[in-house]
Structures are given as C-alpha cells and as structure tokens.
Design a protein around this ligand. Sequence first.
Ligand code: SF4
Length: 158
Amino acid sequence: MESRGGRTVQSPRTMTIPLPGGEIVVQPSEVLTDSAGITCVRRVKTGKARSEEIEDVEYAMFALATTATHGSDSRLEAVHLTCETVQPVVLSMKKLEAQRLKAQSALADVRAARFPARPDRRPCPRCPSYFLCGDLPPGRLSRKILVDEFPVSGASRD
Ligand code: SF4
C-alpha cells in the first residue's frame, strides 16, 4: 500500500501532552512533510478501521500532541493496513476538550490507584480478569511454585 504521496519521511519522535498531575506520551508511527513544509503525523495500525474509531481518546491525544509539537498547520492521519485506508483526523475543539478532560480524569484515577470494577454482562465473560474480578479476600498474596510439575533446571528441594 503506497499512501505517502511523495512526501518526505522524517524520523518520528515521541510527543507529549502536559496535563494536571502528569503527562501523556504518544509515539507516532511516521511523520511526513510535504513540499509546502506542512507536517503530517500518522498513526498506522494493522486491522480494519472501526466505525467511530477516530472519536476515541487515543486520537484526541494524538491530535493535541500533533498541534502542540508541529503547529496549528500540521495534520493527523489514521492509516489502516487491512482495509488500506488513510483517514484525515479532524476533531472539533469541543471534542478535543472533552477527551482532554477524560484523559485527565483517567490519569488522576491511575495516580490514586482507583480502578473500580464496572461489571457488564457483555465484555466481562471475555475478560482475562473475569475469575479474579472484584474485591480480593483479606490476607497476603503469595506465589506457589510447583517444582515437581514444572521442573526448573538447577532447582533443588533444599
Ligand atoms: S471482569 Fe473484567 S471487564 Fe468485567 S468488571 Fe471485571 S475487570 Fe472489568
């Protein structure tokens, strides 16, 4: 799939978005510059584009970081290899601000170790944490290594 359109490829650098309580770091897949000097940051993904995918907080973070790093003339593109699509990512100021607040709130939750379970009949049965989800019983967690069942080279029973 050729989609660069003759633009010059630059080395992609990480970009940051400062938020109260921390910063979010994003890594572009590639950065292109056209003959007019306008920079285009690209997020390249395998798979097909989901409907409404560019409404995700991920793209809002890329859009904010792209403007902060490369200026207001810069552009952001979402590239999906399976469906061979290149989609310009254009989000309104209102959506960007709403996603910025969402990211800020998520960052505050991470810093406060606040991860409340939100049980839902649809995603929960497919979740890898399904049988561990919820409050843990009191007591100490310890790992049990079964040497007889999974022998480790050099392990001894002493
Ligand atoms: S089972 Fe998984 S998806 Fe469901 S509430 Fe627990 S962590 Fe969330």
